[in-house]
Design a protein around this ligand. Structure first.
Ligand SMILES: NC(=O)c1ccc[n+]([C@@H]2O[C@H](COP(=O)([O-])OP(=O)(O)OC[C@H]3O[C@@H](n4cnc5c(N)ncnc54)[C@H](O)[C@@H]3O)[C@@H](O)[C@H]2O)c1
Length: 364
């Protein structure tokens, strides 16, 4: 017997909605793209027409879209409206794939998590690097126990010249800058490898010197988020996490990502260093090295990289649809994205206050 087609919708038909649409279309008969909505009048209609999908319904109101009875919805709005759109979609009976970062504040992330739980719906956040075979490789090596007890992690990455512009640099729309935009990927990469321990405290510094300077960013007058941040995060299990992120800097990279263990260490070089844009973990992984002591000899081993066989973005949309179709759970457990947001929120608060802050997770 042929399984039922999933009825899907897209809320927010800006840039990234195109990648969601492309992935849903690639699923062919498994999915029916029912409609989309955007708060900018006419934008959803134009989005589908541009894709040649003139029969797909388009609305200027999310409520009208959600009244059609959808199985699954992609939330592709800017960060500040992730929470309200996710909650509306879940309350209307849909499972949700929400773009990263989960939200702007930890409070919103907790409300989204509880809403999904109470309504028995899937809520998964769009971290497509999870579907990269070399990110799997890192998780497999770390998860194998070969490093022993992990006590320190550094996650680097960052761009030399990579301020994205548009809605990403406006506090009212994005909420947070580089820290949340690409920092959430770095955090997800290392924390997913060690099973996402609870974050406890954060001491952070953030700045906006490049975004606010017209010499480096053409829309400097509208820039009101961070473009650089560093933090020391304490995690449950006596682990220190050293975080570094930037959209722009006079440096080629914010360093490697490194796991320090009692038996071995793992270094992951950022890819694309020297290209200006490269080096953040939303992209391809660079060379991987393992450092160990074999019979008293200090060894450095190069780990062969895997060749990606498919598109990461398709992987994330497909995993979501498969979970919805089979009555499964969120492919990326929602609580992990709440912890991710807790750290982003902690870095933001600590940098604003100029001192270490505690991470509290009320209502979980
Ligand atoms: N996973 C990735 O690779 C990736 C890449 C780019 C962006 N993103 C994420 O996707 C999100 C959107 O980014 P973008 O580049 O598409 O931004 P964008 O500004 O191009 O598009 C956002 C759209 O959402 C609409 N919108 C905002 N609030 C709405 C609401 N309440 N109801 C309906 N529509 C609403 C806006 O009008 C706009 O058309 C961001 O959270 C961003 O971090 C993810």
């Amino acid at each position: 017997m042929k399984s039922k087609k999933l009825r899907v919708g897209i809320i927010g038909t800006g840039g990234i909605a195109n990648a969601h649409l492309k992935s849903y279309l690639r699923m062919g008969d498994e999915v029916e793209i029912v409609g989309g909505s955007d708060i900018v009048p006419g934008k959803a209609r134009e989005f589908f027409d541009n894709a040649g999908l003139t029969d797909v319904q388009a609305f200027d109101s999310n409520d009208e879209l959600l009244s059609l009875g959808l199985d699954a919805v992609s939330i592709c709005t800017y960060n500040s409206t992730h929470a309200e759109c996710t909650i509306a979609a879940i309350e209307a009976g849909a499972h949700v794939l929400c773009e990263k970062p989960m939200s702007v504040t930890l409070d919103d992330a907790i409300t989204m998590y509880n809403c999904a739980k109470e309504n028995n719906k899937i809520l998964t956040i769009g971290f497509q690097p999870r579907y990269d075979p070399n990110m799997d490789l890192v998780r497999e090596i770390v998860g194998s126990g070969a490093l022993g007890e992990i006590y320190y992690i550094q996650t680097g990455g960052g761009r030399r010249r990579g301020i994205p512009g548009g809605t990403f640099v406006r506090k009212e729309l994005a909420g947070v800058g580089a820290l949340a935009d690409i920092g959430c990927y770095s955090l997800d990469m290392v924390l997913s490898a060690i099973g996402y321990p609870k974050p406890l405290t954060v001491s952070a510094y953030a700045s906006d010197r490049f975004g606010k300077n017209p010499k480096y960013f053409s829309d400097a007058k509208n820039f009101d988020v961070d473009d650089f941040s560093v933090a020391l995060i304490r995690l449950e299990g006596d682990i220190a996490l050293d975080f570094r992120m930037s959209w722009a800097m006079h440096m080629d990279s914010m360093g490697d990502t490194m796991f320090f263990g009692t038996d071995a260490g793992l270094k992951i070089k950022p890819a694309g260093v020297g290209t200006g844009w490269g080096g953040a973990w939303d992209g391809t992984i660079g060379p991987i090295y393992m450092y160990s002591d074999i019979n008293g000899q200090l060894c450095e081993t190069s780990i062969p990289l895997r060749t990606p066989s498919d598109d990461r973005f398709y992987g994330k949309v497909k995993a979501f649809c498969d979970a919805v179709a089979t009555g499964g759970t969120a492919p990326i457990p929602t609580i992990e994205s709440v912890y991710n947001q807790a750290i982003v929120d902690g870095i933001y608060r600590s940098s604003q206050m100029g001192k270490e802050v505690e991470i509290l997770l009320p209502g979980l």
